[in-house]
Design a protein around this ligand. Structure first.
Ligand code: NAD
Length: 408
């Protein structure tokens, strides 16, 4: 899918075939197998990856995923998408991704820490604050990032906060990082409403996934005046046509994985029903491949803002396009996380920290600017927003590669 998207964008901008081939491949991929001594004394071997897709615009950047389905192909595709995401919002990074094939539910906290410290030691030949900077992803969190920072620092002999982002605030993390992706989603939704001449006040919003991204987006959209009429998590969803009490839901269910369908005073709905609800704005903020050829023709929202990575399949995209539904693509809509990671890195390198308002204002400025550029590209090329965003990203990376020249 990642390669197909690149080929599509490359054809539209007449990219040199040799250069397209360069961009289609990762610059570097490291595969490691490493042992961890488990609590019961046994040894278990794990496979991990760190893939750097492209470094022509700066150090590479991307999350570390702990999941049983992690493999080299998926990690490579995710690294490529990180390259385009950083380029679309014009922050000075290339894309990377890493991961370990593991079911974290089977590990004790001590085993998770040992796995993390050993994995990062195995890939530290390519990771560094000037070369490749990891961050959290599925299955990892601020605590894991803290262990990574400590491990690299122990090996360097001094504290290296800039080697990883998404850390706890006490270890050089940034104010605003936790809310950043949901905040970016909200900025995109508000910009799109403005472009469509749609007042956000009273607009009906449905949010799939009430985790980090979904819960923050729901809360901020509600604060902007919208009525959040439906939300869901892995266990199911709830609906109230007059709007849900988002603040209460936020305080009870954010950070808790599951259980939202038990909330009183509203109707229970399935995740499929949520996606096809009669609403104005739909925010898929859970998993990939949720809007598919199966349900796309039943989607009734006017605007979809992709909080999750890859929630819409290419087949569904075509159907939504025919129905005139606007889709703000993931590489733009959920870039708030990596933008604030960039702020965290800048603050760490300077050892000078900004307050939350400063972080949020800078984030909103970058998101609005990127939105305007993609929107302009879309009108210019008479295409959809996903293609326009991809074109902006690919073109920027191609330009950097050409300007640097091919070494030697
Ligand atoms: P999270 O683990 O905090 O939350 C995920 C939520 O989705 C949970 O509420 C979970 O119960 C729910 N969920 C799981 N399966 C579901 C299903 N089948 N139907 C409905 N809900 C389901 O994760 P997150 O950090 O909020 O990430 C959500 C998505 O956003 C992922 O695709 C992630 O890759 C993407 N994303 C996250 C960030 C970030 O900064 N957190 C940045 C960019 C992209």
């Amino acid at each position: 899918m990642a390669r197909r998207q690149l080929e599509h964008a490359a054809a539209l901008i007449d990219l040199d075939p040799g250069l397209t081939e360069v961009l289609a491949r990762p610059k570097r991929a490291v595969v490691v197998n490493f042992p961890v001594q488990m609590d019961d004394g046994s040894l278990q071997c794990f496979e991990g990856y760190r893939v750097q897709h492209n470094a022509s615009r700066g150090p590479t950047k991307g999350g570390i995923r702990y999941h049983i389905d992690v493999d080299l192909a998926e990690t490579t595709a995710l690294a490529m998408w990180m390259t385009w995401k950083c380029a679309v919002v014009n922050i000075p990074y290339g894309g990377a991704k890493g991961g370990v094939r593991v079911n974290t539910k089977t590990l004790s906290e001590r085993e998770l820490e040992k796995l993390t410290r050993r994995f990062i030691s195995e890939v530290n030949i390519v990771v560094g604050e000037r070369s490749d900077i990891p961050a959290p992803d599925v299955g990892t969190n601020a605590k894991v990032m803290g262990w990574i920072m400590d491990t690299i620092s122990m090996q360097a002999g001094y504290t290296v906060p800039g080697v990883v982002t998404g850390k706890p605030i006490e270890l050089g993390g940034s104010e605003g990082r936790v809310e950043a992706t949901g905040r970016g989603v909200t900025v995109c939704a508000l910009e799109a409403c403005r472009e469509l001449g749609m007042m956000v006040e009273g607009k009906r919003v449905a949010v799939q996934g009430f985790g980090n991204v979904g819960s923050v987006a729901a809360r901020l959209l509600m604060q902007a005046g919208a009525d959040v009429v439906a939300v869901s998590d892995a266990t199911g969803g709830i609906y109230n046509s007059h709007g849900l009490p988002v603040e209460e839901l936020y305080s009870r269910f954010s950070g808790v994985d599951g259980g939202i369908h038990n909330y009183k005073d509203c109707d229970s709905i399935s995740n499929d029903e949520l996606l096809t609800l009669d609403c104005d704005i739909l925010v898929p903020a859970a998993l990939s491949r949720q809007i598919t050829a199966e349900n796309a023709d039943r989607v009734r929202a006017k605007l979809i803002v992709e909080g999750a990575n890859g929630p819409t399949t290419p087949e569904a995209d075509a159907i939504l396009g025919d129905k005139g539904i606007i889709v703000i693509p993931d590489i733009l809509a959920n870039a708030g996380g990596v933008i604030t990671s960039y702020f965290e890195w800048v603050q760490d390198l300077q050892n000078y920290f900004w307050d939350e308002e400063d972080v949020n204002n800078r984030l909103a400025r970058i998101m609005r600017h990127a939105y305007a550029e993609v929107h302009h590209e879309m009108l210019d090329r008479k295409t959809d927003m996903r293609t326009a965003a991809l074109i902006r990203g690919v073109q920027r990376v191609a330009d950097a590669t050409i300007r640097r020249g091919i070494f030697p």
